[in-house]
Design a protein around this ligand. Structure first.
Ligand code: 5MM
Length: 343
């Protein structure tokens, strides 16, 4: 096993106050975001958008690793530089999403299973040769009055553990992402209960599959009330519930936790991460950072609108957003910093 390389990748990904940028939207998800922003949904617009991201000046000061999608990892800037090389130039470790999306889980109406284990060993070897040093696999868990089922949790966490074992064997650090979705009217306590249950099963499965936790990154949801719950939770309450949940389920051997944003606004995701650091400073056994997609990209995407003349401004917004998340990781974020583009 490439143990030294796995250790170096972990060190690079959690360096300083940096975090990860998830830019691994599949074609349908990227097209959906483009459609909402009035941007044409073509391969060239997707390439141009990813070029905007990887060439953003100073992105590497704030972002330690970027998760690419299969289409993106093969693409280049208009000057012919592979995105993966552009990221390396910025000092950003390239990563790759290797799951193949979700499908209905047979026997469990309303629940999903993530696909992609067939042929994964060979795909990982190819991605490693291309320069990817970490990977991501997302499992999706729904909450309803009767969900999630034990069958869904166990099947998905088993797949995550099989993926993680294959990654480590290939010299690639696995990000394991068990996402408990925000959809629904459930309250914060329900989200807490489901998230902790899912994570216990995940770590049990990782243990069963001989995955070494010192080379694993957990990408969890924050503990939040459902999107259609009329009672919002305060920033402090979310921070407290989320970290309490993690402290009760994530072994200290795990080097780092990097949150997904899950549909929160960029400001809310940053404020929640900040409150966790303020409240639990010096009390956490793992690094606690971000691996946001929408909460970093959305403001920039809305400025870009698919137009060349907006690229520089969109890049500025993108890098500023990442810098605010760095401040949150230090527990030094303040909403007033939102308006200071030089912060
Ligand atoms: C939950 O989605 C991940 C984090 O993104 P947010 O911060 O926006 O919640 C993200 O990495 C996601 O896995 C990718 O965008 C790919 O999603 P699809 O559905 O296209 O595979």
């Amino acid at each position: 096993m490439k143990t030294k390389e796995l250790t170096n990748t972990i060190k690079a990904l959690f360096a300083g106050d940096k975090g990860l940028l998830a830019m691994d939207e599949s074609i349908p998800t990227c097209n959906k975001r483009f459609e909402e922003a009035g941007i044409p949904q073509t391969i060239e617009y997707r390439r141009a958008y990813r070029e905007l991201i990887v060439t953003a000046p100073n992105l590497g000061k704030h972002i330690s690793g970027a998760i690419l999608f299969d289409e993106t990892i093969h693409q280049s800037t208009k000057d012919g530089i592979l995105f993966i090389d552009m990221l390396k130039k910025q000092g950003i470790v390239p990563g790759i999403k290797v799951d193949e999306g979700t499908t209905d889980l047979a026997g469990f109406p309303g629940e999903k299973i993530t696909m992609g284990l067939d042929g994964l060993k060979e795909r990982l070897a190819n991605y490693y040769n291309m320069g990817a040093r970490f990977a991501k696999w997302r499992a999706v868990i729904n909450i309803s009055p009767v969900l999630p089922s034990r069958g869904c949790i166990e099947a998905n966490m088993h797949a995550l553990a099989r993926y993680a074992a294959l990654c480590q064997e290939a010299g690639i650090v696995p990000i394991v992402e068990p996402e408990v979705l925000m959809d629904g009217p459930h309250d914060l306590k329900k989200c807490f209960d489901v998230t902790i249950r899912v994570q216990h099963v995940l770590f049990d499965q990782l243990f069963a599959q001989n995955v070494n936790l010192k080379w694993v990154i957990l990408k969890p949801n924050m503990v939040l009330p459902g999107l259609s719950n009329p009672k919002p939770a305060s920033v402090d309450k979310v921070a407290e519930a989320t970290v309490t949940c993690l402290l009760q389920s994530v072994p200290a051997a795990v080097p780092g936790v990097a949150f997904l944003s899950g549909g929160q606004s960029a400001e809310a995701a940053t404020a929640h991460l900040n409150a966790m650091h303020v409240k639990f400073k010096g009390k956490l056994p793992w690094a606690l950072t971000f691996s946001f997609a929408r909460a970093i990209q959305q403001p920039a995407l809305e400025i870009w609108k698919g137009k060349d003349e907006n690229v520089a401004e969109a890049q500025k917004i993108l890098v500023h957003r990442a810098s605010l998340d760095n401040a949150a990781r230090r527990g030094e974020y303040n909403p007033e910093m939102e308006h200071d583009l030089n912060a």
